[in-house]
Design a protein around this ligand. Structure first.
Ligand SMILES: C[S@@+](CC[C@H](N)C(=O)[O-])C[C@H]1O[C@@H](n2cnc3c(N)ncnc32)[C@H](O)[C@@H]1O
Length: 274
């Protein structure tokens, strides 16, 4: 245990570097806003929402992620363009694998709220067996991006499949049998109304060997506080320091969390019952 006032750091799940444990949701949010001052920083630093493509190099390949800026005027549509936190998470995964802190090769990976799909595509390039997911009416662009960036064969080590997954719904066996090694999500904590459904999905996907990475935009302190407060009841949460991110893809407007499920400790057997 850390002394009072000291930060507790430890390795969580399958990520091989120490992260700082989140111990109090409200204090964490205050700290993030105080240290990062996100409102004063430029947002959409790594992406251009008016552009039809997001060009980005990853895993030795040139990716071109199609976007649909015109769809963003449709109420409720948020994943028709890429967000900074997706770029940060994708490049973090690449950096973590390259520096030996993470293994995705032949691991089952489920991405939630994939949007245009950059994160899932990078996870597949890193050797993961990836299921990219989103709401049923958002899958067309996602499929096009997986096909155009991965299905030309050369250099792709893993697999990528696109499936419908609405948070809060009961999950098909494809997702949970076996449970994934990794669950990924970028900019999926942005609506208070969706937090409980998102947590329900994380709960269903998470076994004792599952590691969750969530990259969140520091946009709304109330929603992040609400998510952390609720999630801490069943997950241990750590904050991955920016020094561990890809050196070219760091942002004061993004926070990267790692979550692992808490399991009740088994009580030693009562000797009187032997
Ligand atoms: C802000 S976008 C982020 C997209 C992408 N992860 C990125 O970083 O660019 C949020 C994504 O979550 C998806 N989403 C929102 N609510 C959802 C729900 N209830 N079930 C499944 N996906 C949902 C949206 O369709 C969208 O693709």
């Amino acid at each position: 245990m850390a002394e009072e006032g000291e930060e507790e750091v430890m390795e969580l799940g399958a990520y091989g570097a120490a992260v700082r444990l989140v111990e109090d949701a409200a204090a964490e949010v205050l700290l993030l806003w105080a240290l990062n001052d996100p409102a004063a920083r430029r947002h959409n630093f790594f992406v251009r929402h008016a552009a039809l493509t997001l060009p980005i190099d990853s895993c030795g390949r040139h990716l071109s992620i199609l976007q649909s800026p015109s769809s963003m005027s449709t109420p409720g549509v948020t994943g028709a363009v890429m967000w900074d936190s997706g770029v940060v998470l994708g490049k973090f995964l690449e950096h973590a694998v390259d520096s030996g802190k993470l293994v995705l090769k032949e691991k089952k990976v489920v991405e939630l709220g994939s949007g245009c799909g950059l994160v899932g595509c990078i996870a597949a390039l890193l050797g993961g067996d990836v299921i990219l997911t989103d709401l049923p009416d958002r899958l067309k662009l996602l499929r096009r991006n997986v096909e155009s960036n991965l299905l030309d064969g050369g250099g792709v080590r893993g697999n990528a499949n696109v499936r419908e997954l609405t948070w809060g719904d009961e999950l098909d066996s494809e997702f949970v049998d076996p449970l994934p090694d990794y669950v990924l999500g970028s900019d999926v904590i942005y609506s208070e109304g969706a937090v409980m459904d998102l947590l329900s999905t994380l709960r269903q996907l998470c076994g004792s060997s599952t590691t969750i990475f969530l990259a969140g935009e520091l946009r709304n302190d109330v929603v992040l506080d609400y998510f952390l407060e609720a999630a801490m009841k069943e997950f241990t949460i750590g904050l991955v320091d920016q020094t561990q991110w890809h050196p070219d893809y760091r942002s004061y407007r993004v926070a990267l969390f790692i979550l692992v499920k808490q399991f009740p400790k088994l009580m030693p057997e009562d000797p009187d019952h032997i």
